[in-house]
Design a protein around this ligand. Sequence first.
Ligand code: ATP
Ligand code: MG
Length: 396
Amino acid sequence: MKATHNPYNPGAGVPPPDLAGRDALIEMARVAIVRAKAGRPAKSAIMLGLRGVGKTVLLNAFEAIAEEEGCQTALLEIEPTMPLAQQLAPQLQQILFRLDRIKKAGAELQKAFGSLKAFASMFKATVGDVDFSFAAGQATGDLTIDLTDLFVAIAEAAKKRETAIILLIDEIQYLQKSDLGALIMALHKISQRQLPLLLFGGGLPQLAKLAGDAKSYAERLFDYPPIGPLDDAGARLALTAPAEREGVKYAADALDFVVKQTGGYPFFLQVWGAHCWEVAAKSPITLADAKRATDLAVAALDEGIFKVRLARLTDRQKAYARAMAEFGADPVHSSEIADAMGLSLSQAAPIRDELIKKGMAYSPERGLIGFTVPKFDEYMRRAMDPLTPPKAKKKA
Ligand SMILES: Nc1ncnc2c1ncn2[C@@H]1O[C@H](COP(=O)(O)OP(=O)(O)OP(=O)(O)O)[C@@H](O)[C@H]1O
Ligand SMILES: [Mg+2]
């Protein structure tokens, strides 16, 4: 069918034609935002899920809701190499400018500007100096203390203006441990003082454990809604709704087939949908179309994201990943992988940690490890021969 009318949108962080199957989550966010703005207690949330499940598009949706509700937002994607203070300061400055526009600098806004100024210079953050003429406050150089003071000052200025600050932080698992700890402490203070500042985060599943390590009460401070594949109805809707707007239907067996192939993963639904559209000559999309589309989708993923990710690995990381892939899609005990590689647990552990650092793998609980990209195990089995068992190798 006409490429110009293909409604699907596979990509990273790009809005889907229909944000299917996430109504409950969106409602949860809306309620929290409205409550925060009204000065009522509301809970921050960090969405945890694998690659391509739709965390970023949800954060974008929450940002839009917050803006509709008249809140001040800052959306950032954590850069692994950059300290949090430097990433946050310019965004907070923008928020202060907007607060200033709502109501000109009162004492509390001056304090917030001063606090930001001290913070920015202490942590070497670059912020524009337009209208930044307020006297600097005090900063101690201890991020936990200074970030807490800054959040409190900004949130108080927001409260005076009957608005709320909504921070949206993506790829939150890339935060350095001390930065995450400081962020948690600052939010803890905000929640004790019942100030209108909320965080919505998105990250890979190991984050909950990381946050737990950082500060033990982080577990109570946030909700951690797991973001997974869409349920059956959501997956069907993600495929059919965009097509139907273009007057195109799926044959029942074709739809069943595609839903099964994608496992309901949002990114895969977009990829498969786009290929079904490309392959089909006319409506309805048939099972034969869906099968042909599957071949094309798998080839495109292999040549695209999977190959790129594999290329980022060193030889020993590749070997580890290949050994992991042998166990299938679900997380596996790292001791089993070490065994399969003929390594001791302590020899294998650093390789496992490298894979986690690179965002290739995650540990859902102690001792377990899984791939962060759905279907990566299948790709590894296609792309690399199984490891020769090390003992057999010695004999040969
Ligand atoms: N609920 C949904 N319904 C249909 N398509 C969706 C849905 N959520 C996300 N998508 C699509 O899935 C793809 C991946 O979404 P997104 O980039 O938000 O995932 P992510 O979880 O942030 O992935 P990553 O961890 O790689 O950053 C995009 O093409 C997006 O349009
Ligand atoms: Mg994302």
